[in-house]
Design a protein around this ligand. Structure first.
Ligand code: SF4
Ligand code: SF4
Length: 436
């Protein structure tokens, strides 16, 4: 694609980078076929190619950002299916991230929109605030019908009972059981530990049982993905730097483990995000090189089935976009599930997003709900007894409408290797609807 940036514009490292990305696009349009918003809306401006043009025009023109550009960029899920499809290696992720930062800096959204985005960035990233917000949401639930559509969407996703904080999320070291084979830091994260503390608990049991020492480092927290995808650069970089400092101080590590694939994709990108920062560039690159999804670490350890619990259970494996497109990990979790004695099956149209996409289901509830219903219909075709996914956003999104229990992949692996039955399966069994 031809670009028309001025020499002065190209002094900016972000613009230089985006120019390279834009020039790689040959506008073939292959990416449109796998883009969820294009599949749903059929509008070229809601396709990757259309958005690439809009972002190019916006960056070249500078100044005031057209509202139409904001509408179509906001509708992008950042699912990165277009990057998997693109034959020219266009790094859409870095381009749309730059586009979002530019919009945040040069476009004034309506007051309600600004307040909502600020609220999401300051509440969801802080576990204590988020827990308090969920407790307030539980009180508001009886009045849901009176609330605006977006607030209704938030209430639908909020758990009916807010679990208590888990002691595993406090800074500490969990020793390996038996001989130590690895020493890893766990990204204990932010929103996930509030809505589903059992995921970190299962991860720590699974890893320590297979010879990992697991460190929850003092000072580590939100990875910054949530605000990064809202275009809020300063808090995103502050979260990244806090984590880098915490993990650098944690002693020698073989890996930094994430069990929320959206977060893992961002930690793997810290090196890029901080490439121009004199103090952090080198450290950030080191941390990104150590970042692993929990399925990668579990695969390198080799998971042993130690009980007969759940053997042969048919599991629909929902491949989170951030895992399959962001980290190019699609096969590994299914291989692990199969090795642990489950019958892992793919979901038809597995490349399409479930509509969760960070805060997307809160900011774009209509499109997100349509994608969720489509995903649930595809899951129903598998005849599975349980759904597994490697990202808490997908789990929350699917569980809010699924007839089947939805668990994290590590919970199933933990169960098969001697841990407790996953919470979603236990609740379904208690209600008489789950697998035996
Ligand atoms: S597939 Fe790649 S090269 Fe083709 S239009 Fe899409 S982004 Fe551009
Ligand atoms: S990231 Fe997803 S929604 Fe956005 S343009 Fe690419 S395929 Fe479409």
């Amino acid at each position: 694609m031809r670009t028309d940036f001025t020499p002065a514009q190209l002094l900016d490292p972000d613009t230089q980078q985006s120019e390279k990305i834009l020039r790689a696009c040959v506008h073939c349009g292959f990416c449109t076929a796998t883009c969820p918003t294009y599949v749903l809306l059929g509008d070229e401006l809601d396709s990757p190619r259309g958005r690439i043009y809009l972002i190019k025009n916006m960056l070249e023109a500078g100044g005031v950002v057209p509202a139409e550009t904001v509408t179509h960029v906001d509708r992008c899920l950042s699912c990165l299916a277009c990057m998997t499809t693109c034959p020219s290696g266009v790094n859409y992720m870095h381009l749309v991230d730059h586009g979002r930062r530019h919009i945040e800096q040069h476009y004034r959204r309506p007051l309600v929109e600004r307040a909502l985005r600020w609220g999401l960035g300051t509440v969801l990233t802080q576990p204590a605030r988020f827990r308090a917000a969920l407790q307030a949401a539980a009180l508001a639930r009886p009045f849901a019908a009176l609330l605006p559509a977006r607030l209704q969407a938030m209430l639908r996703l909020a758990p009916h009972r807010v679990p208590p904080a888990s002691p595993v999320d406090r800074p500490q070291i969990f020793p390996a059981v038996g001989d130590r084979r690895m020493r890893v830091a766990l990204l204990s994260g932010c929103a996930q530990q509030v809505v589903a503390p059992e995921i970190n608990e299962a991860t720590i049991r699974l890893l320590t049982r297979h010879g990992c020492e697991v460190v929850v480092a003092e000072g580590s927290g939100c990875c910054g993905a949530l605000v990064h995808h809202l275009g809020q650069e300063a808090p995103a970089l502050a979260f990244a730097k806090a984590n880098i400092d915490a993990w650098e101080a944690a002693g020698p590590l073989d890996a930094i483990v994430s069990n929320a694939s959206g977060c893992g994709t961002t930690v793997k990108d810290y090196g890029f995000m901080l490439r121009e920062d004199r103090e952090y560039a080198e450290k950030a690159a080191r941390i990104s090189a150590l970042a692993r999804d929990v399925s990668e670490v579990a695969a390198s350890l080799g998971i042993e089935r130690r009980t007969e619990d759940g053997r042969g259970l048919r599991v629909a494996y929902h491949s989170a976009c951030s895992l399959q497109h962001g980290q190019k990990l699609h096969r590994e979790p299914k291989v692990l599930l199969a090795a642990a004695g489950f019958e892992a099956v793919d979901v038809p149209e597995g490349h399409l997003c479930c509509g969760s996409a960070g805060t997307y289901n809160l900011l774009q509830p209509e499109l997100a709900n349509t994608l969720r219903e489509r995903k649930l219909a595809n899951i129903a075709l598998t005849g599975a007894q349980v759904v597994a996914a490697g990202n808490v956003g997908c789990i929350t999104q699917l569980a809010s409408g699924a007839a089947l229990p939805v668990a994290h992949t590590v919970e199933l692996l933990d169960w098969a290797s001697g841990g407790p039955i996953p919470r979603a399966l236990r609740s379904a069994s208690a209600a008489g609807g789950g697998p035996e």
